[in-house]
Ligand binder design. Structure first.
Ligand code: ZN
Ligand code: FE
Length: 255
């Protein structure tokens, strides 16, 4: 049976998401920004929380773990490299490890850069990817603990996912990301189309995610640092893609 998801906002601009296996009844929260909205989503769906899959150690992704764990006795799965900074971890995972949520089978991709141990969870049969703060719709996370080169490699790893993979990210930053992306690729038709779509969604108070990898590849400048026109647009024609990526990230930081 296909996986079901439920998406909702937490804190100021974080996304919470539940991943549910109808066959077993198992339900995972991807990250736990805060307990109350996750409890509300569980109540609304009638789902039982069995797991929390953590992408990275930042407080806006882990702040709800203790309360949820106490109430639900759920399993907390966390990146190997960050377990010491995440509360109440039961299992640590590394590159290519399998993570099961009931009968749903996920795979771990190490996607460092935002934090040194950041991971993403991919469920290939359901074409779902939970990418935390590595990739955002039309944006990417700030490079806080890693290097631009490391972050670019992580983005390439995600970019290799099938185009119809649905992308769930950690934050609702899409509107600001689109505004910035237009400064890099003002003539990108896919970006213009995404802008129109985002305006409609936000006007209807709907989330702008999930996005798809195909849509991101066409319009997200951070996934397009190896496109010659993008390099040229930031004055770095002929340079390695990671340097182009670094320049785009630097411009976004200053925007
Ligand atoms: Zn973060
Ligand atoms: Fe975050």
């Amino acid at each position: 049976m296909p996986a079901q998801t439920r998406l909702f906002l937490c804190l100021k601009d974080n996304f919470g998401v539940l991943l549910h296996d109808p066959e077993s009844g198992a339900t995972a929260a991807i990250d736990a920004p805060e307990a109350a909205p996750i409890e509300a989503a569980l109540k609304a769906t009638g789902w039982r929380l069995s797991d929390i899959l953590v992408t990275h150690h930042h407080a806006d992704h882990t702040g709800g773990i203790a309360e949820l764990k106490q109430r639900h006795r759920c399993r907390v799965v966390a990146p190997h490299g960050e377990a010491a900074r995440i509360p109440l971890v039961d299992a640590t995972v590394r590159e290519n490890d399998e993570v099961q949520v009931g009968s749903l089978r996920g795979r771990v991709l190490e996607t460092p850069g935002h934090t040194a141990g950041h991971i993403s969870y991919v469920f290939p049969a359901d074409k779902l990817a939970f990418v935390g703060d590595t990739l955002f719709s039309i944006g990417c996370g700030r490079v806080i603990e890693g290097t631009p080169e490391m972050m670019w490699q992580s983005l390439l790893k995600l970019r290799a996912l099938p185009d119809d993979t649905r992308i769930y990210c950690g934050h609702e930053y899409t509107k600001a990301n689109v505004a910035f992306a237009k400064t890099v690729e003002p003539d990108n038709a896919a970006l213009r189309a995404r802008e129109t779509e985002v305006e409609k969604l936000l006007a209807a108070r709907e989330p702008t995610i999930p996005s798809t990898m195909g849509a991101e590849k066409a319009a997200n400048p951070f996934l397009r640092a190896d496109v010659p026109g993008v390099a040229k647009s930031v004055g770095l024609a002929g340079n390695p893609a990671w340097k182009v990526f670094a320049e785009i990230r630097e411009r976004k930081n200053r925007s």
